[in-house]
Design a binder for this molecule. Structure first.
Ligand code: G4P
Length: 218
């Protein structure tokens, strides 16, 4: 019965998993973790460049696989909508929303004339870019009964995810959880979000970066 409920893609991953006697996270390591290690460039102790599959060129199959894992983790969280933050969060989020059969909303980083007034807005400070931006959500895209999953590409200091959560909570809705593609575990975001009680699930956790070297939690 459990097996019958799975999508074809999940069945494919499950069969790889059983064939090789591996845990889910180990199967994921063979795709996302491998790509990070083979193609990622540690620019410094704080910045990882992954322009060949996530932040510039995008690998749709890998994004789809990420969606499968986010679905697997969050499918029993009663999620009603999935939010992301423009722009690199969009690809993994749309693949997750498609598989969870849920609507997706992209939070804008600046006010828009089209959104026109009826918005929730919060200022977010980016340490990486040393700048503020206005995270913006149209009131039409959320109501107080919503249970929102927030997905983003990177988790560094947690300011973007926290800003997204503020917008959700300002509307009276609830945050179901936070899904992250690449978490930099040595920066303050992951612990800060967990301390605030959010359920944070990261597909890859980078524990250390130094020029030319990337360490991922196994
Ligand atoms: P925070 O939200 O966790 O506090 O992160 P921060 O403001 O410091 O990050 C600002 C931007 O930099 C975000 O992208 C974030 O995804 C990205 N970023 C943070 N650390 C890294 C890293 O090590 N590598 C890469 N490649 N990006 C990182 P953004 O401005 O929203 O850009 P985009 O989503 O439009 O691509």
């Amino acid at each position: 019965m459990y097996i019958l409920m799975k999508t074809l893609e999940e069945l494919k991953l499950i069969s790889q998993h059983y064939k090789r006697g591996k845990e889910w996270r180990e199967v994921l390591m063979e795709s996302l973790h491998k790509r990070i290690l083979e193609e990622g460039i540690a620019l410094s102790e704080n910045v990882l460049k992954v322009d060949s599959f996530l932040n510039h060129q995008v690998d749709p199959e890998l994004m789809y696989e990420m969606g499968t894992y986010f679905k697997k983790y969050f499918e029993n969280h009663n999620v009603t909508k999935i939010f992301t933050i423009e722009s690199s969060g969009i690809a993994p989020t749309v693949m997750t929303a498609m598989q969870m059969k849920l609507p997706m909303v992209t939070l804008k980083k600046q006010g828009s004339k089209i959104l026109n007034g009826d918005v929730y807005q919060t200022t977010v400070y980016s340490y990486t870019k040393d700048m503020n931006y206005e995270l913006t959500l149209s009131k039409k895209c959320i109501n107080k009964d919503d249970n929102i999953l927030i997905i983003d590409d990177f988790l560094a200091n947690g300011e973007a995810a926290l800003g997204a959560a503020r917008l959700v909570e300002e509307s009276g809705a609830t945050v179901a959880g936070i899904g992250i593609v690449i978490e930099k575990s040595f920066q303050k975001g992951p612990q800060m979000l967990k301390d605030k009680g959010y359920d944070v699930y990261s597909l890859a956790r980078i524990v250390k970066l130094s020029k030319g070297n990337i360490e991922i939690e196994k």
